[in-house]
Design a protein around this ligand. Sequence first.
Ligand SMILES: NC(=O)c1ccc[n+]([C@@H]2O[C@H](COP(=O)([O-])OP(=O)(O)OC[C@H]3O[C@@H](n4cnc5c(N)ncnc54)[C@H](O)[C@@H]3O)[C@@H](O)[C@H]2O)c1
Length: 336
Amino acid sequence: MSQKNNILVTGGAGFIGSALCRNIVKNTDSNLIILDKLTYASNLDSLSTILPKKNVFFYKESIGNIRFLKNILLKHNPISIFNLAAETHVDNSILNPTTFIETNVLHTHNFFQTILEYYKRLPHTISSSFKLLHVSTDEVYGDIKLDEPAADESAAYNPSSPYSASKASSDHLAKAYFRTYGLPVLISNCSNNYGPFQNNEKFIPVILNNLIKNKKIPVYGSGKQIREWIYVDDHCDALLKLINRGVLGQSYNIGTGHELTNIELIQKIITILTELRIIRNNEINNYLNFITDRLGHDKRYALNSNKIMSLCDWQPKTEINDGLKKTIDYYINNNN
Ligand SMILES: NC(=O)c1ccc[n+]([C@@H]2O[C@H](COP(=O)([O-])OP(=O)(O)OC[C@H]3O[C@@H](n4cnc5c(N)ncnc54)[C@H](O)[C@@H]3O)[C@@H](O)[C@H]2O)c1
């Protein structure tokens, strides 16, 4: 990304969006416009270091509000847009799928439509640099069997939960807007993120907050589900490279290749907390509370991320133990 630019980030008060915003402010002198509805999942503390800056503008509104969106587009003229606004918690999508369809499909569609209208009116000198990066998930590929290779970008979408189905729909809409209307859009599909400021109901915060309070950790089913973990700053680094170097209309997987079962992840965290003397007992069985498995629970996600690594010269930098230590440090100091 060029150093001077107007950048719009939606969902910027969420876990990944806020990390992206902090990264943009740290590494560029761009004007940053943040649009976030401030749902329960948001956390304005995550933006507290950057909101006072003169080049940062925050708006509390939904991406689905066409009139509002038009106004801020006309006011700020962004030429790079990162769309991270979404409902993101799989368990909530099972309890209340409608909210997920509204936000991740209908409001996201309003958003694409409004961005397209804005893009078409830009003068050519500006429109030739305009790009929208739609941020999505590895969950759209569904369950990857143990003997199957990791999913590359040509793998068929096979979502299992209302969350992943709604994200898959938005990815298809993004591709349709590229193919049908020429909207300059890229799509990223990232694996499970971890790091500071993640909402307390997500898996790593649940593990940490329970261990710190000496409580048992709820574990779905056998705990043998496999996920690929990436430190949030490595994801943001990939997004910034992708918007610069990615080919329009294409999808890019973003992952580390570091697969862990949920039990292995808990063991890693217990080992670090024992070394730090935050807990005394490193016997994992003392901490596990097996509960009925999640409906439609995927056993394994796994990404082949060779495309972004070779085309965008990106590599994850954070080794999992180092990333977990930084994350643990945050949750120890912000435990409630
Ligand atoms: N967390 C992960 O592991 C992960 C992995 C891959 C992809 N993703 C994707 O990255 C994006 C961000 O994920 P996250 O973990 O930071 O989510 P999050 O739930 O922490 O944050 C989402 C943010 O979007 C905002 N939001 C929700 N609906 C909105 C609307 N209609 N208009 C404006 N803002 C709205 C919320 O207020 C919140 O601040 C999502 O699109 C998600 O699908 C997440």
